[in-house]
Design a protein around this ligand. Structure first.
Ligand SMILES: [Zn+2]
Length: 477
C-alpha cells in the first residue's frame, strides 16, 4: 500500500524580551541555576503575575508577519499538570481564546511554492528545567527558565513530507529571527518543535491516527524523526495493525522514536481562565504602531534585491538567507554602487568560500563591506583585473587596509598603457617567430598562446582586453 503523510508542527519560540513574561526577572541564558528567580516565577502563594507588554508586542509582530488576525481580546488560561520544574502546578498559557488566529507561511517545494496554514499563535510561559547531571545521584531543578515568554505557533496539517516540514520550520525560524522576536538559537532551545504525524492511503481524504513527537531542537532531528515515524506507522498498517494515538519521544542517540504516553494516560489539563490576569485587550492603534516598526521580511527583501539591484532570483535568495549577509551586501553597495551584480558575485563567491573555509560566520567577517566595495570599485574601474583582484582580496581579508592601499603597496595596478604593452608584445613576437608565422598563416588559435605569454611577462597585470586588441593588430601588421 502507498501512503501519504499528514504532518502538522507546533513550534515554540522563546521571545527575545529582556525580562520574563509575568515578572521582572532576567531571561539571560546560561546563568547560575536559580539566580534569575523571584517569588512570582517560583510560584509562591499569594503573588500576582503582571503581563510583559513587550512580549505582547513581539507576538503581534509574529502574527502580522504570518498574515494572522490579531484578536482585540484574548484570554490567559491555567494548564494544570504536575512536574517538578513547574512549581505552581500549572502553566499560564492561552487556550480557547489565543491572541492570533489563522495566517499562513509560504514555503518552496520541488513542485513550486506552497502555502502552509497556521491555526493560531498563542503566548505562554516556559517551565523550568530538571538537571540530572553531576556526581551526586540526585536531580536538581533550575527555575531560571520558568516564566520565560514563549509563543507557540500551531500549523494546520498541511505538510506532506519530512522535507516540507524542515522547509517550514526553517522559514518560520527565518521570519522570527528577521523580526527580532526570537534569537532562533536551537541549541539553547529557544526554538523547538513538536510534530504530529499520521499516514493515510494515497488518495484517501480522511486522516489516519496521529502520533505526537515532542521537543525536537534541530532540523536534522525533525527530518529523521518524521521519516522514522512514517516508516514505523507504514509497517504497523501493512501488518494490518492500528496506529495508537500517543506521544513519542525522539531518541537522538538510537535514532528511534519511543512511546512516552498513550491517549489513555493523556493529561486532562483542566484548563480554566487565569483569574489573576485580565483579558489581553489590543487596541487597533497599537497593532498599527507595531506594523510600522516591523523590519523588512526575507520575501520582501528578496523581491527588492531583484527589483532594485537587478539580481537574479537565485542570487537574491542566497543573499537574503541571513539578515547579516543581506546587510553586508547592502553596505558594500552603499559604499560603491557602480556594479551591484559584481558586488554580489564577490560576496557569494570569494567571500563566502573564504568564510566557509575558515569556519567563520558573516557576523564575524574579517573583511568590512567598505573594503569589499573598494575592491569591486577597482575591478569595475579597470585598475585591476578580476584575476589580480583575488590576490588583492587575500591581502585585504583580515587586514585594516583599503583596497587602494593594498593595490599600491603590492604594485598590482593593471597596466593599461598602450606604449608599455606594445613594447612587451613586440618582444614576445620576436621571441616566437614560428608561432607568429603560423598565426599569420591562419592558425587563429595561437592568439591565446600569445596572450598567455604577455600576461606571464607582466605577472598578470596587463589589461587583458587591451592585450587582445593590440596583439591582433600587431600580429596582423
Ligand atoms: Zn521572577
Amino acid at each position: 500500500m502507498e501512503y501519504e503523510a499528514v504532518i502538522g508542527l507546533e513550534v515554540h519560540c522563546q521571545l527575545a524580551t529582556r525580562s520574563k513574561i509575568f515578572c521582572g526577572c532576567a531571561t539571560t541564558f546560561g546563568q547560575p541555576p536559580n539566580s534569575q528567580t523571584c517569588p512570582i516565577c517560583l510560584g509562591h502563594p499569594g503573588v500576582l503575575p503582571v503581563l510583559n507588554r513587550q512580549a505582547v508586542a513581539y507576538t503581534i509582530r509574529a502574527g502580522l508577519a504570518t498574515h494572522g488576525v490579531i484578536q482585540s481580546s484574548s484570554v490567559f488560561a491555567r494548564k494544570h499538570y504536575f512536574y517538578p520544574d513547574l512549581p505552581k502546578g500549572y502553566q499560564i498559557s492561552q487556550y480557547d481564546k489565543p491572541i492570533i488566529d489563522g495566517g499562513y507561511v509560504e514555503i518552496v517545494t520541488d513542485a513550486g511554492p506552497k502555502r502552509i496554514g497556521l491555526t493560531r499563535i498563542h503566548m505562554e510561559e516556559d517551565a523550568g528545567k530538571n538537571l540530572h547531571e553531576g556526581l551526586e545521584s540526585v536531580s536538581h531543578v533550575d527555575l531560571n527558565r520558568a516564566g520565560v515568554p514563549l509563543i507557540e505557533i500551531v500549523s494546520e496539517p498541511d505538510l506532506r513530507t519530512s522535507d516540507e516540514a524542515v522547509a517550514y520550520l526553517k522559514k518560520l525560524r527565518d521570519i522570527v529571527v528577521y523580526l527580532g522576536v526570537c534569537d532562533g538559537n536551537m541549541e539553547e532551545g529557544n526554538l523547538r518543535c513538536d510534530a504530529n504525524v499520521s499516514l493515510r492511503p494515497k488518495g484517501q481524504e480522511a486522516f489516519g491516527t496521529k502520533v505526537e513527537m515532542k521537543n525536537m531542537n534541530s532540523f536534522r532531528f525533525l527530518k529523521a524523526a518524521v521519516e522514522y515515524e512514517m516508516k514505523r506507522q507504514a509497517q504497523v498498517l501493512d501488518r494490518g495493525g492500528t496506529v495508537i494515538q500517543e506521544t513519542r519521544l525522539w531518541d537522538t542517540k538510537r535514532g528511534v522514536t519511543e512511546s512516552m504516553r498513550s491517549k489513555e494516560e493523556a493529561h486532562d489539563y483542566r484548563y480554566m481562565p487565569e483569574p489573576d490576569l485580565l483579558p489581553v485587550v489590543v487596541d487597533p492603534a497599537w497593532v498599527e504602531e507595531v506594523r510600522r516598526q516591523m523590519p523588512e521580511l526575507p520575501d520582501a527583501k528578496r523581491e527588492r534585491f531583484v527589483a532594485s539591484y537587478g539580481l537574479s532570483e537565485y542570487d537574491a535568495e542566497v543573499l537574503t538567507a541571513s539578515q547579516a549577509l543581506a546587510d553586508f551586501f547592502e553596505k558594500s553597495v552603499a559604499a560603491f554602487d557602480g556594479d551591484p551584480k559584481l558586488t554580489c558575485n564577490w560576496v557569494m563567491g570569494e567571500l563566502m568560500a573564504r568564510l566557509n573555509q575558515d569556519g567563520t560566520s558573516i557576523e564575524a567577517c574579517p573583511l568590512t563591506p567598505e573594503q569589499l566595495a573598494g575592491l569591486v570599485g577597482a575591478i569595475h574601474g579597470g585598475t585591476i583585473s578580476g584575476k589580480i583582484a583575488k590576490t588583492v582580496f587575500g591581502h585585504l581579508y583580515g587586514s585594516n587596509k583599503t583596497a587602494e592601499q593594498v593595490i599600491e603597496a603590492e604594485g598590482l595596478v593593471q597596466v593599461s598603457d598602450t606604449g608599455a604593452i606594445d613594447a612587451i608584445i613586440a618582444e614576445v613576437i620576436a621571441a616566437h617567430p614560428n608561432e607568429a608565422a603560423d598565426y599569420r598563416g591562419g592558425k587563429d588559435k595561437l592568439l591565446g598562446f600569445f596572450v598567455g605569454q604577455v600576461m606571464k611577462q607582466t605577472q598578470g597585470k596587463a589589461n587583458p582586453k587591451l592585450v587582445n586588441e593590440r596583439l591582433r593588430a600587431m600580429l596582423s601588421a
